[in-house]
Design a protein around this ligand. Structure first.
Ligand code: SAH
Length: 213
């Protein structure tokens, strides 16, 4: 999508290097790597930190939140086993970077953020960059019933437990990737009433908070 004439060679080279680093760290989904190579992460940063945007690190954004580490974005995206055209619900829009990666992967993205200042800032940013997601200011614990069920659900803040409303909004055959406490879980909805849960690694995220701010 976007950046038809992205002639910014410095950033292109840095993104290629980042992709190589992610491959070495175990990311193998070509669709994920291609998306990371495309999304201009420096434009999702506070300008003061933008020069560091292609380090494989999390950085602060507004409202005391963070833009996830590229490895984490890639890891969660890979765990979703995304097919083009699938409906994905993201909880924790933050900077919009993860959302942009999912859009580049061909998903239809619905994303919810509870921090109003961040929501407004990111709404403008994604629009200016040509990324078209359906965005809501609200509490992700409630999910987004109007658009459910979702093929995939990704939570980018650490929840104390899996929110029941989100489990309900996951399609049968769907996958949810969620950090619960310090563990990354992949939950598959096998049947109407049956879910299978795998622990797929460690996770370190800002907390998933209730209500809006
Ligand atoms: N995906 C983001 C990561 C942002 S950090 C990115 O790529 O930049 C996690 C975000 O989750 C924060 O912006 C935080 O405000 C938001 N968040 C926390 N609890 C939430 C909730 N209950 N509903 C929606 N968003 C929430």
């Amino acid at each position: 999508m976007m950046i038809a004439q992205n002639t910014d060679f410095k950033h292109i080279a840095r993104r290629r290097a980042l992709v190589e680093e992610l491959k070495k760290k175990g990311i193998s989904d070509e669709n994920v790597l291609r998306a990371i190579e495309k999304v201009p992460r420096h434009l999702f940063f506070n300008p003061i930190l933008a020069d560091r945007a292609y380090e494989d690190k999390a950085f602060p954004i507004d409202a005391g939140q963070t833009i996830s580490q590229p490895y984490t974005v890639a890891f969660q995206s890979q765990l979703l086993q995304l097919q083009a055209g699938e409906k994905v619900l993201e909880i924790g829009t933050g900077s919009g970077y993860q959302c942009a990666v999912l859009l580049e992967m061909g998903a239809k993205v619905y994303t919810i953020e509870r921090q109003e200042t961040l929501f407004n800032q990111t709404f403008k940013r994604l629009h200016q960059l040509g990324y078209r997601a359906t965005m809501k200011f609200g509490d992700g614990y409630q999910g987004w019933a109007a658009y459910a069920p979702f093929n995939k659900i990704i939570i980018t803040a650490a929840a104390p437990e899996t929110p029941p409303e989100l489990l309900k909004q996951l399609d049968i055959g769907g996958i949810m990737v969620i950090p619960v406490g310090e563990k990354m879980l992949r939950i598959c909805r096998v049947l109407e009433t049956e879910y299978s849960t795998e622990n797929v690694g460690e996770a370190s995220f800002v907390p998933m908070l209730e209500g809006v701010n």
